[in-house]
Design a protein around this ligand. Structure first.
Ligand SMILES: Nc1ncnc2c1ncn2[C@@H]1O[C@H](COP(=O)(O)OP(=O)(O)O)[C@@H](O)[C@H]1O
Ligand SMILES: [Mg+2]
Length: 319
C-alpha cells in the first residue's frame, strides 16, 4: 500500500509530530508498505494529488492536524485516513465543547466555566471572576480551550494569580476555561476501535517526581514524570476508569484510536479531562506504551489503524 504519513505542520506540537510520523514511517517500512512522508504545509493538496496515496496516516498533533481541518481536506480528496472523522476531531479539540457534551451525557468531568476573549473585552466578564472563584475554590486550573501538551495551562493558587493565568491562556486560544482542580491520580486511557466499539488498553498512570504540582509544566520534561502501566488500581476502580473512557469515546464519536486523560480522586468517580484524537506516537508516548502492555506491538498498531481507515464508510461527499 502507498501510505501518506502526514506529520509536522505549523502547530506548537510540531516536534512531537515529526517524531510520531518518523516512527510510523519506520513501521510502514517493516510492514512492507510504501511510505510517503509529508511535512504538512501550503503544498499539502498538491502533494496529495501527486502522490495519490491509498490511505493517509495522520501523525499530526494540535491545530490543523487534530481539529478536523486536515481530516476535512482528506475527505474532500477521497483519501481514507486513520483515526477519527471531522466531527469527532472538532469535539475533541475544543475542551469546552467536549466537556459540555460530557456533562450532558452524565460523564463526570471537573466543573468549569468558559469565556471568550471578547467576553472579557466587551462584556466585562472579569466582574464575574469572584463568583467563579468562590464556586470552584482554589487552586483553579486555567486552560485554553484548544488542547496541546499542557501548553498554556496554569494553576491559580489565589485570586491574584487568575488574571495572569488568563492572559497566558489567551495567548494560545481566544477561548479559555477555568476548571475545578481535582486532587488525585493522573491516568491516561488509550483505546483502539474493535468491531465499532472502543477497546480499552491497559491504563497508564503518570506519577510526578516532585509534589510541586503548580509547576506541572516542568513535569513534562524528560525524567520528571514516571509512568506505570498498568497502575495499582482496585478492580472496581479500574473498571470505573475504563467505563468513563468508553463512554467518553462514544459521546465524542471517536474512531480508530484515541486517548482519554482522566483524574482519579480518592473515593470519587474518575473525572474526564480531555480526549486526544491524534495522540502522540513517539517512543515515550502513552498510547504505544499501552499497546505494548496489551501485547500489541507498534507495527501491529499501525496496521490496525490502516485497516480501520480503509474499512470506514466513506464520508458523504455533499452535506
Ligand atoms: N482539573 C484539573 N485538575 C488537576 N489537574 C489538572 C486539571 N486539568 C489539567 N490538569 C493537569 O494538567 C495536565 C494537562 O491537562 P489536559 O486537560 O490533559 O490538557 P492537555 O491538552 O494540555 O493535555 C493534566 O494531565 C493534569 O496533570
Ligand atoms: Mg492531556
Amino acid at each position: 500500500m502507498r501510505v501518506a504519513v502526514l506529520k509536522g505542520g505549523s502547530s506548537l506540537e510540531r516536534q512531537v509530530s515529526l517524531r510520531s510520523g518518523g516512527r510510523v514511517e519506520d513501521a510502514l517500512e517493516r510492514l512492507g508498505h510504501e511510505s510517503l512522508p509529508i511535512d504538512v504545509g501550503a503544498d499539502l493538496i498538491a502533494r496529495l494529488r501527486d502522490d495519490a496515496p491509498d490511505v493517509a496516516f495522520l501523525a499530526l498533533h494540535g491545530r490543523n492536524g487534530e481539529d478536523g481541518t486536515v481530516q476535512e481536506l482528506l475527505e474532500i480528496l477521497g483519501i481514507p485516513h486513520t483515526g477519527s472523522g471531522v466531527l469527532a476531531c472538532i469535539r475533541c479539540m475544543d475542551k469546552v465543547l467536549a466537556k459540555h457534551l460530557l456533562v450532558e451525557a452524565g460523564v463526570p468531568t471537573p466543573e468549569f466555566f468558559a469565556f471568550s476573549e471578547l467576553a472579557f473585552r466587551e462584556l466585562g466578564a472579569a466582574e464575574a471572576l469572584p463568583q467563579i472563584e468562590e464556586r470552584l475554590a482554589f487552586p483553579i486550573v486555567v486552560k485554553p480551550a484548544a488542547q496541546g501538551s499542557a501548553l498554556g495551562i496554569k494553576f491559580a493558587r489565589t485570586a491574584e494569580d487568575v488574571p495572569a493565568a488568563l492572559v497566558n491562556a489567551f495567548a494560545y486560544d481566544d477561548k479559555v476555561l477555568l476548571e475545578r482542580h481535582v486532587e488525585g491520580r493522573e491516568l491516561a486511557v488509550s483505546m483502539l476501535e474493535q468491531d465499532g466499539e472502543p477497546l480499552v488498553l491497559p491504563i497508564v498512570e503518570a506519577i510526578p517526581h516532585d509534589e510541586d504540582f503548580f509547576d506541572f509544566e516542568a513535569r513534562y520534561e524528560i525524567g520528571r514524570t514516571e509512568y506505570r502501566c498498568p497502575p495499582e488500581l482496585a478492580e472496581d476502580q479500574a473498571e470505573a476508569v475504563a467505563e468513563a473512557a468508553r463512554a467518553t469515546w462514544r459521546v465524542l464519536g471517536c474512531e480508530g484510536f484515541a486517548r482519554a486523560d482522566l483524574m482519579l480522586p480518592e473515593g470519587g468517580p474518575p473525572q474526564v479531562l480531555e480526549v486526544n484524537a491524534t495522540p502522540g506516537l513517539t517512543e515515550t508516548s502513552l498510547l504505544p506504551m499501552a499497546c505494548e502492555a496489551a501485547g500489541i506491538g507498534f507495527d501491529q498498531f499501525v496496521e490496525r489503524a490502516l485497516d480501520h481507515a480503509l474499512a470506514r464508510e466513506p464520508a458523504p461527499v455533499s452535506r
